[in-house]
Write a protein that binds this ligand. Sequence first.
Ligand SMILES: [Zn+2]
Length: 127
Amino acid sequence: MARLAQISVRRRLCHAHRVAWLLSGRELPTSKFVLHTCDNRACVRPDHLYLGNQSRNMLDMVARGRCYNAKLSDADVLAIRASGESSSVLARRYGVHPGHVRKVRRLISKPHVNAPGCFALRQEGGE
Ligand SMILES: [Zn+2]
């Protein structure tokens, strides 16, 4: 996933899509987020931007399949943790980023999903 583009405005780093929103002549209340209809975080096309809030952003994320936690079922998580395959192979199989597979394995993501009778503790480092 592309990172949010940043540009310098008066020696201050700003998110480029927010600047594009303002340059298009629209208001930007401080309580609002500028969100992307195209899901490309680096995009600055004003017609691809809309105003929303954090909860709207989260709902859009799940609805468009950008939420890895929603993508993986508990069975997927257990299969990933039991697998000896590389994170890249598992990431391709489950349609997530390899970094997310590593987080699942290290119990940073989905720590509540444990094998029956198992009480797993979060592991630091390693895969
Ligand atoms: Zn776009």
